[in-house]
Design a protein around this ligand. Structure first.
Ligand SMILES: [Zn+2]
Length: 347
């Protein structure tokens, strides 16, 4: 599933440690993945349109409204004339700032952004909302194909989504495509859905969205946030779900430098947990930034490792929706995704 609008998001940069650094989540990611998948012989299906109302099954109406309108309000506020070419947060209304007082909607647009965006790396520009929406449409189209009987469908989603929580965005993610897929499968009467996230970084947004839910199991294999990696504050082994969702979340943090030898057994444990959970459908959050050449990750997973991970997850025999998460090394990106999908097709 592809939607050409996914290329319209151009963050230009990330503000990291106060420095404006070139964006790594670039539109060419879509181009190289799509062209490689065509070379692999995959059928490429255009995404269909869906109503935005449906997004509220996973996200707050306030977040959706913010993302849909903030660029226009940024322009109306003449921020680009001041040199602010992208929407970037300035002030974060943390619990300690509010001290128990009710959160208010700040009057100034530049002060509203930090209510929704939890880091300084995730910028919004003129085409961002079109791309964010398009990624959700590709996701929903993939779900519909699987609901109609396809064993597996892949959504070429950009921007990625797994760091977006119900009401907040960050980590180059805006709306959570994996969570949207899981919820859509639930709404299509798959009684129990599992999300397995093999991006190099913890799928904190997906975990948060389903943390109290017993009907959606979330598993993530990722570099250890305790070793100093994004998202730093969550992604630890002790996070097992809360209340009715207790036991329905599995985190497997790995030491920086881990390769196939540690990574693949973790994917196998995630798959085994999906079986124990009794899932009737699967969502794979396919980040390929755990690859050895990727500039964003300290993990050392190989192309063959991704193929074998696909094998492991295909062996579950579940109707499967795959959504694209991270992966930033353009020369190898398409091959990594193609290898994972090849593994999924032959498990
Ligand atoms: Zn990542």
């Amino acid at each position: 599933m592809v939607d050409p609008l996914c290329a319209e998001h151009d963050p230009q940069a990330e503000i990291w440690l106060g420095m404006r650094t070139p964006a790594s989540e670039v539109a060419d990611r879509v181009t190289v993945i799509e062209s490689t998948l065509r070379e692999f012989g995959h059928e490429v299906v255009p995404a269909r349109e869906f109503d935005d109302i449906w997004l509220s099954r996973v996200h707050s109406a306030e977040l959706v409204e913010h993302l849909a309108t903030v660029w226009d309000r940024w322009v109306q506020g003449r921020y680009p004339d001041l040199g602010a070419q992208r929407v970037v947060p300035y002030l974060f209304p943390s619990a300690e700032l509010l001290h128990g007082l009710p959160a208010r909607r700040a009057t100034a647009v530049h002060a509203q952004v930090g209510t929704f965006c939890y880091d300084t790396m995730t910028l919004v520009g003129p085409g961002s909302w079109r791309a964010i929406r398009a990624a959700t449409h590709a996701t929903r189209t993939a779900v519909d194909l699987v609901v109609a009987g396809a064993p597996c469908a892949y959504a070429l989603t950009r921007p990625p989504g797994h760091h977006a929580t119900r009401s907040a965005y960050g980590g180059s993610c805006y709306l959570n495509n994996a969570a949207i897929a899981a919820q859509a499968l639930r709404d299509a009467d798959f009684a129990k859905v599992a999300v397995v996230d093999i991006d190099a970084h913890h799928g904190n947004g997906t975990q948060a969205i389903f943390y109290e839910r017993p009907d959606v199991f979330t598993a993530s294999v990722h570099v250890d946030p305790g070793a100093g990696w994004f998202p730093h504050h969550v992604g630890f082994v002790s996070e097992a779900g809360r209340d009715a969702g207790h036991g329905a979340n599995l985190n497997q943090p790995l030491a920086p430098g881990s390769g196939d030898g540690a990574w693949l057994p973790s994917v196998e444990r995630a798959a085994a947990a999906v079986t124990v959970f009794g899932a009737t459908a699967l969502v794979i959050a396919l980040g390929v930034d755990a690859a050895v050449d990727d500039p964003e990750s300290p993990l050392q997973v190989t192309v063959e490792g991704y193929r074998r991970a696909g094998n492991v997850l295909a062996a579950l025999g579940l109707p499967t929706v795959v959504v694209q998460e991270g992966g930033y090394h353009l020369p190898t990106l398409g091959r990594l995704v193609g290898s994972a999908l090849e593994g999924l097709g032959s498990g």
